[in-house]
Design a protein around this ligand. Structure first.
Ligand SMILES: *Cc1c(COP(=O)(O)O)cnc(C)c1O
Length: 757
């Protein structure tokens, strides 16, 4: 039976405002979701995560519920458009980057596979900041995604909990966002909000009174932690998240008949990075309160919890001073101390202690000792964890370590964002790949079919034209759709090395000044937010923006090279940008990118990777073969050896390579200063590179430039390039998050799928 939008709007669609129309379709979707019902079962997974970067939901939910064509037609018949509603929808601001997007892909796949599961997190009112560029610099404003006047996907459940902190208690409300599965029942995101929130504590931009916990607790994701108040606030947030989660989990398990000794038969918890770590001592605390012994509580919690490590960057492995925990969550400290005693009794190695000699509490160490599973997120990453980063733990618990290579949902990152490619694929191999992604391999049969290769090129050109139009209409940016679209979009971080790409672009400019021009115009797109307190990252953004002005001001050069730094990179922008990309820049310093998921999205959409042998790039290279990827740079083993020996001196490279020297000098040269460059920012960036360059940009520079030149030359053989595109899409099936989630379930969670639909 067709659902009519007019039943929800109460008047003809052509008479509705955009808001009335949006709310009508939203309510239609919510009803369809409830009618589908939710995956249930004795055992349920709670995927706890500080971030869920879910993106807009309207079209995604329509696709998953099988209503997309029908709703689109109803709108079109009334002279309205779904595309307009998509633009009207506001993107939820509940995540930051790859980790949050992974959590969003996972809940999609969990629902689709019929697995009983909730995503559990916080309902940030302003989420991550909104990025603006002014004077070639990033500035930040609150992203008030909940106050936009529309009805929201986030529904109150009317359920409340109390959370105790040192000296005061707060109450929460649980909200829900439905997670539609593709042709399956649904799941839920359950997000906790503090009842006393008061947005008036926000001052200028994103600064706010960090001491007023009751009023600020769920305002921002990752509030500035450059001072102590900011760091303690994160402890309050994390505990608020897990104290609510623990109450929910115990309550639901008991309602299903658990006596708590058998909690692991009713609940699995996945700890997404270290932010939810305190769920371990919190559950132990609550179990002992109910009369279960400390020793047994440890065993129960260990059987329930799994931990996913997302990074080997030391600064991202959280440690909290004991004093912070004493202040914010004094009831947990005795538990943590007992856990430390438990560890000390068994293991002498200082590295594996929970509380170190300086009274810092190592959150990952709690996770590793008191979970039954520790996983990395790509093959190489897991090997580095076992052999280097967490080697002392691997010695103790070899059986706990396992790999789960990340994935992406093909509904959003294929069907929804690339309808042209989806149609071509469906015409060719049918549409089973949307749920059984390995089917894409059948496209390989077409790799020597010139007509098909032409069609692939036509799809890419259509997507490039669409993105070009979007930039012109919505952002006032003009680009040449016949240029090569060279894209690096991801968070700004020195290890991701946007600076390497920038130095290459500067070299291309330097060549042009000397009369050497590219074969075809190139547009380099960057999309990246920098953490507000990450100074060098902001300097890199400033350098990119300033250099883009240098190019725009040069009439000869700007015909051949344009640099576009896109403001406020988020999921919605990614969905437009990625299908239009020719080149996927994945150029992190080998060993530093745990997996990456952007790399997988580009691959699925037929972009060819230019990358280091890092994270999941290694697995991409294995799948597509050497003809269909461009790799360069030091290996992870070489990099790790350099760190160990501490023998890297960036200045030696600068002095040896005139092309590199010229590019680095350019950063602080006249042209940059004449185009709005700030000597302080650019001087600091240049000094950082010359005196430290911790992420080894310079040693990979020459190989990067040569490899990129070869890639651009190969691009000119359009048929052969199209074959590379095809081979990337055809081999992307492994990176479906359906595969990742099936592996988590097989090895870690052991949930029974809810099969009746
Ligand atoms: C996928 C995605 C990321 C992660 O990109 P990486 O290249 O893996 O770092 C970050 N931000 C957004 C908006 C994304 O969609």
């Amino acid at each position: 039976m067709t659902r009519l939008i007019t039943d929800y709007t109460g008047k003809p669609l052509n008479e509705c405002t955009e808001l009335e129309l949006f709310n009508g379709v939203l309510n239609l979707v919510n009803d369809a979701e409830k009618e589908k019902g939710y995956n249930t079962g004795k055992k349920k997974l709670y995927y706890i995560s500080a971030e869920f970067l879910i993106g807009k939901l309207l079209s995604n939910n329509l696709i998953n519920l099988g209503l997309y064509q029908d709703v689109k037609k109803q709108l079109e018949d009334a002279g309205r458009s779904l595309a307009d509603l998509e633009e009207f929808e506001y993107e939820p601001s509940l995540g930051n980057g790859g980790l949050g997007r992974l959590a969003a892909c996972f809940v999609d796949s969990l629902a689709t596979l019929g697995l009983p599961a909730d995503g559990v997190g916080l309902a940030y009112h302003c989420g991550l900041f909104k990025q603006n560029f002014e004077n070639n610099k990033q500035s930040e404003t609150p992203d008030r995604w909940l106050q936009w006047g529309h009805e929201s996907w986030m529904r109150s459940t009317g359920k409340h909990y109390t959370v105790d902190f040192g000296g005061f208690s707060l109450t929460s409300t649980m909200y829900e966002i439905g997670v539609t599965g593709y042709g399956s029942k649904c799941g839920k995101l359950r997000l906790f909000d503090v009842d006393t929130l008061d947005e008036r504590v926000i001052r200028d931009q994103i600064s706010f009174d960090k001491k007023q916990i009751a009023k600020n607790l769920t305002l921002f994701l990752y509030p500035d932690d450059s001072d102590e108040d900011g760091r303690i606030l994160r402890v309050y947030q994390e505990y608020f998240m897990v104290a609510n989660a623990a109450q929910l989990i115990l309550e639901e398990a008991q309602a299903k008949g658990s006596n708590l000794h058998d909690l692991a038969d009713y609940a699995a918890i996945q700890i997404n990075d270290t932010h939810p770590t305190m769920v371990i001592p919190e559950l132990i605390r609550r179990l002992t309160q109910k009369g279960i012994s400390f020793e047994e509580s440890i065993e129960i919690v260990r059987a329930v919890c799994g931990y996913t490590n997302h990074t080997i960057l030391a600064e991202a492995l959280e440690t909290w001073p004991r004093a912070y925990l004493q202040k914010a969550v004094p009831q947990l400290l005795p538990v943590i101390e007992k856990l430390q005693a438990y560890v000390a009794e068994r293991y002498q190695e200082p590295f594996v202690q929970i509380i170190d000699g300086n009274d810092n509490v190592h959150m990952a160490n709690i996770d590793i000792h008191f979970s039954h599973s520790v996983n990395g997120v790509a093959k190489l990453h897991t090997e580095i964890l076992k052999n280097t980063e967490l080697a002392p733990f691997y010695q103790i618990y070899p059986e706990k370590f396992n790999n789960k290579t990340n994935g992406i949902t093909f509904r959003r990152w294929g069907v929804m964002c690339d309808p042209a490619l989806t149609s071509l694929i469906n015409e060719t191999i049918g549409n089973d790949w949307i749920r059984h992604a390995d089917d894409l391999k059948k496209l390989e049969d077409k790799k020597d079919d010139p007509d098909f290769l032409q069609k692939i090129l036509a799809v890419k050109q259509e997507n490039k034209q669409n993105f070009t139009d979007y930039l012109k209409n919505y952002r006032g940016i003009e680009v040449d759709p016949s240029s090569v679209f060279d894209v690096q979009s991801k968070r700004l971080h020195e290890y991701k090395r946007q600076q390497l790409n920038l130095l290459w672009a500067i070299s291309v400019y330097n060549d042009m000044v000397e009369g050497k021009f590219p074969t075809r115009p190139i547009t380099v797109f960057f999309g990246a937010k920098a953490a507000p307190a990450y100074i060098i990252a902001k300097d890199i953004i400033h350098a990119i923006l300033t250099f883009s002005k240098v190019l725009d001001a040069d009439p000869d050069a700007s015909k051949w090279l344009k640099v576009v730094m896109l403001e406020n990179y988020n999921v919605s922008l990614a969905e437009k940008l990625i299908p239009a990309a020719d080149i996927s820049e994945q150029i992190s310093l080998a060993s530093k990118e745990a997996s990456g998921t952007g790399n997988m999205k580009f691959m699925l959409n037929g972009a060819v990777t230019l990358g280091t042998m890092d994270g999941a790039n290694v697995e991409i290279a294995d799948l597509v073969g050497p003809d269909n990827i461009y790799t360069f740079g030091q290996s992870s083993d070489e990099v790790i050896a350099h760190y160990k020996k501490a023998d890297y001196v960036s200045r030696e490279y600068y002095e040896r390579d005139p092309k590199l020297r010229k590019a680095v000098d350019f950063l602080t040269g006249d042209l940059m200063m004449q185009n709005g460059g700030d000597p302080e920012n650019l001087g600091r960036l240049s000094h950082e590179l010359l005196s430290k360059d911790w992420f080894m940009t310079f040693p990979d520079f020459e190989d990067y430039c040569e490899t990129k030149a070869r890639m651009l030359a190969d691009y000119e053989d359009r048929e052969s390039w199209s074959r590379k595109m095809l081979m990337n899409t055809a081999n992307a099936g492994f990176f479906s998050s359906d595969r990742t989630i099936a592996q988590y379930n097989e090895d870690i969670w052991h949930l029974t799928p809810d099969t009746d639909k």
